[in-house]
Design a protein around this ligand. Structure first.
Ligand code: RP5
Length: 162
């Protein structure tokens, strides 16, 4: 089976409603991806195996989402040179600020491109992955430009009362 360019990984099934927003964007832009539940704490061996094989399998970008003690994106970045985009999942206890700080403050040497908390961050992760892949893919670049133009065109110039 051919490896898609993007891997979307998440710490739990409960992260999927958020991470699906990244998948929706990749679908819209015609980018294939795989999805996996990979928990830093509950399935550490799965995390290690995924990171160890990511580059050789041909993954080009990993989008990693987790909530709370959100160690998945950072640990994945420590295990592979494949760029990791981190998505802090919204939490009940601390509104996702715990997730954000867990992902954001990486030590020098192991970067994670950290997005906003929650669904907007997941959607932007999809767009960020598209932008990275578009550097080497002119057709994708054109689709991404068209997507951005359509978004701009959808914004009205004046507010209404409705
Ligand atoms: C994290 O704990 C997951 O990424 C998830 O955001 C959070 C809660 O997981 P569940 O208890 O819903 O499985 O590891």
């Amino acid at each position: 089976m051919t490896t898609p360019p993007v891997g979307i990984i998440m710490g739990s099934q409960s992260d999927w409603p958020t991470m699906r927003e990244a998948a929706v964007l990749l679908d819209e832009l015609g980018i294939s991806y795989e999805t996996r539940i990979v928990s830093a704490h509950r399935t550490p061996d799965r995390l290690w195996d995924y990171g160890k094989t990511a580059a050789d399998r041909g993954l080009q970008v990993i989008i990693a989402g987790a909530g709370g003690a959100a160690h998945l994106p950072g640990m994945m970045a420590s295990k592979t040179r494949v760029p990791v985009i981190g998505v802090p999942v919204l939490t009940k206890a601390l509104s996702g600020v715990d997730s954000l700080y867990s992902i954001l403050q990486m030590p020098k040497g192991f970067p994670v491109a950290t997005m906003a908390i929650g669904a907007p961050g997941a959607a932007n992760a999809g767009l960020m992955a598209a932008g990275i892949l578009a550097l080497q893919d002119a057709e994708l670049a054109a689709r991404l430009d068209a997507w951005r133009d359509a978004l701009s065109a959808s914004i009205p110039e004046e507010p209404t009362d409705d």
